[in-house]
Design a protein around this ligand. Structure first.
Ligand SMILES: O=C(O)CCC(=O)C(=O)O
Ligand SMILES: [Fe+2]
Length: 348
């Protein structure tokens, strides 16, 4: 056997390897709401699973004028809010900590307060509904109670400079997410699902990355990050970012920042949703089969009813039930159901 001893084991002596560096981020496209009808949003971004920033989607929300740190301190100062999974604080103290937050001494970041459950007094500030955050199938009466969330898990996000959403992640259940900035600026880093292999998913929580700072990661610890393509957006008041299913995302305020976040589910992510909610090994195999059968059948029916509304809107309106089974667009949403919104661990 011939052994080739001439091949060098590493870089040739004297050749200096270029240090790894991150790729330049691609800008997430920004489109004005008046140039993006709901159908175009679905076909160009949701169904293609591409991110977009929509400018002015919720321009008429009273929140755009009202919400600032002082509003939360003076109106809700005594209320105890869930800041993170572990931390609860009085709103007044939380707001003070946000205002005192700096890059050197970061303050808390609030991401576990759900408006319907915890701060319903804020809901009138978010009317009229942002059409691009339409929860769609989460609101269908065919959704079992456990997954029925016509509000799309609407939640509050707040933090100051130096703080951040705690982890780069993608949302579970193949959910799409939409985050609307109301006050201040927030920076987003996004990575496509294909880049997941470069993002160091945690072994026991595969939708969480181990990379703590995706904007400037430590490439000696995370060299694969140099092969990933970052997408960047700075969300300003009045802008909504669409984060498609399975897209990794990280967010950090560039100034004191207040926003709201929702999740949405429609035909584009239904199959993934069904696979995820039926994947759990809990329960007997027969029950799991039934569950999968139910969700697949319900999805097919919703699909047909949505098509019905699009193909024969006059007839669908006259018959009422197609829109009631699954509204194809925000305008089709039926009267609020009497079913009670129950709290459960959401998808983040
Ligand atoms: O803080 C943010 O803007 C990101 C929120 C988010 O990704 C989530 O709640 O799943
Ligand atoms: Fe998320």
């Amino acid at each position: 056997m011939i052994q080739d001893t001439a091949l060098p084991a590493g870089p040739a002596a004297g050749v200096v390897q270029a240090p790894l560096s991150m790729r330049e981020p691609l800008p997430v496209p920004v489109v004005r709401a008046e140039d993006l009808p709901y159908e175009a949003y679905l076909s160009q971004f949701v169904r293609r699973n591409r991110p977009v920033v929509i400018d002015g989607a919720a321009a008429r929300w009273p929140a755009m004028q009202r919400w600032n740190p002082d509003y939360f301190r003076s109106r809700f100062g005594d209320q105890t809010v869930q800041v993170s999974y572990k931390q609860r604080m009085r709103m007044a103290e939380f707001v003070d900590a946000v205002l005192a937050s700096t890059a050197e001494v970061p303050g808390p970041y609030l991401y576990r307060t759900f408006l319907h459950e915890h701060m319903p007094a804020l809901l009138p500030d978010l009317i009229p509904e942002n059409p691009y955050t339409f929860a769609a199938r989460y609101g269908s009466p065919l959704m079992p109670q456990r997954w029925w969330r016509p509000d799309g898990y609407l939640k509050l996000l707040m933090g100051g400079v130096g703080s951040s959403f705690p982890v780069m992640h993608y949302d579970l259940e193949h959910a799409h997410a939409q985050i609307t900035e109301i006050y201040g600026d927030k920076e987003f880093y996004l990575f496509s699902p294909e880049d997941g292999q470069h993002l160091y998913p945690r072994p026991l929580q595969v939708n969480w990355s181990q990379v703590d700072n995706p904007a400037a990661p430590d490439l000696s610890r995370f060299p694969q990050m140099a092969s990933a393509t970052p997408w960047r957006a700075v969300l300003k008041p009045g802008q909504t970012i669409f984060v498609p299913m399975l897209w990794w995302h990280a967010a950090r305020p560039l100034s004191v920042s207040i926003s709201v976040c929702t999740n949405t589910l429609d035909r584009s992510n239904w199959a993934g949703f069904v696979a995820d909610v039926c994947a759990s090994p809990e329960g007997q195999p027969f029950k799991r089969l039934l569950k999968r059968g139910y969700f697949s059948g319900a999805g097919a029916l919703m699909h047909a009813m949505e098509d019905f509304q699009n193909l024969a809107p006059g007839l669908a309106r006259a018959l009422k039930f197609p829109g009631a089974v699954s509204a194809a667009a925000p305008g089709w949403r039926s009267d609020p159901s009497t079913r009670k919104l129950e709290f459960r661990i959401p998808v983040a």
